[in-house]
Design a protein around this ligand. Structure first.
Ligand code: F6P
Length: 348
């Protein structure tokens, strides 16, 4: 078979491990020809955006972050005759199947193209946010949590030396998974997430209580998608710019600064802010993410050969199983409140 593979949306550690697995098993087990599609869905809208992937091209990439195929947030449904052009290009290239590696946006498009244009596609779920429905974990998340945890550990020592409150802003647009897991692992004194509206007075009271019992510093972890409460500066989402991307998302970021100002105003403590940003997405994947991404890649090429189009691979109770890709059109997977409740025991 001639199989295409593309990576779309925000990059994350582990994408190269998926590509490597698809190419290795496709070529050695099935005798496939594998074609890399460049820059996500964009690579199927234009000519000349493909390259054949042989064993050599995927050698030495397992531990490398990013994606050798590059990525974009191109939405074919926002381009003139987008879906039709994709169909024509798939035919012209002669693809018998396509592996789409992405989050809710990339896989949402894959599902629509499957339903409306009979595109022979299988999905592989990825996002550092870990908020895709249908899978217990997406790869990239574990790496992001480890990076954020190390940052919190480091910030602890400097916060303690200076008796400061340090606000650490992590990614997580709609769900606070990174904030909760890194905050829990790093011993955060407060964790603020999009799923749980917060009261600024209560946050400050908890910090004051902690300082009263002799702990002169605090670490507050906040997800970029948390909302500032009513009546505070900035109120609501804090965005970096008003423009939305091709999937209608605004670029969030900056709540850490707004929050730190409020904390300083209400407690009088010195506050500092660290925004981890793209550090959480760059660089080498953890062993967990390399293994999960490899398992997903192997399962995806098998799924193609089983004719499981319109499905995506997923992790359920530590087994990799196929699931109807329609699941990505459902409500995002928000933080497990039981986990948040555990983290909450250590607040203040
Ligand atoms: O979806 C993953 C993610 O890293 C989010 O956590 C973040 O809000 C967003 O992507 C940033 O997107 P961009 O790469 O377009 O700046």
């Amino acid at each position: 078979m001639k199989i295409g593979i593309l990576t779309g949306g925000g990059d994350c550690p582990g994408l190269n491990a998926v590509i490597r697995a698809v190419v290795r098993k496709g070529i050695t087990t099935y005798g496939d020809q594998v074609i890399g599609i460049l820059e996500g869905w964009k690579g199927l809208l234009y000519d000349g955006m493909t390259e054949e992937l042989n064993i050599d091209e995927v050698s030495g990439i397992l531990h490398r972050g990013g994606t050798i195929l590059k990525s974009s947030r191109t939405n074919p449904y926002k381009e003139k005759d987008g879906p039709e052009r994709i169909k024509e290009n798939v035919k012209r290239i002669g693809l018998d199947g396509l592996v789409a590696v992405g989050g809710e946006d990339t896989l949402g498009v894959a599902y629509r193209l499957f339903k409306e244009h009979e595109l022979k596609v299988v999905g592989v779920p990825k996002t550092i946010d870990n908020d895709l429905p249908g899978t217990d974990y997406t790869f990239g998340f574990d790496t992001a949590v480890n990076i954020a945890t190390e940052a919190i550990d480091r910030l602890h020592t400097t916060a303690e030396s200076h008796n400061r409150v340090i606000v650490v802003e992590v990614m997580g647009r709609h769900a606070g998974w990174i904030a909760v897991e890194a905050g829990l692992a790093g011993g955060a004194d407060m964790i603020l997430i999009p799923e749980r509206p917060f009261d600024i007075e209560e946050v400050c009271e908890a910090i004051l209580k902690r300082h009263k019992r002799g702990r002169d510093f605090s670490i507050v972890v906040v997800a970029e998608g948390a909302k500032m409460p009513e009546g505070t500066e900035g109120e609501g989402y804090i965005a970096q710019e008003k423009e939305v991307d091709a999937f209608g998302h605004i670029r969030l970021g900056g709540i850490g600064h707004v929050l730190a100002k409020e904390i300083k105003k209400r407690t009088g403590f010195q506050t500092r802010v660290t925004i981890l940003g793209y550090l959480q997405r760059g660089g080498t994947p953890t062993a967990f993410d390399r293994i999960l991404a490899t398992r997903f890649g192997i399962a995806a090429i098998d799924l193609i050969h089983q004719g499981g189009f319109g499905q995506m691979v997923s992790l359920r109770a530590n087994r990799v199983v196929p699931i109807d890709m329609k699941v990505v059109t459902q409500k995002i997977r928000t933080v497990d409140i039981d986990l948040y409740n555990i983290a909450e025991v250590f607040f203040g």
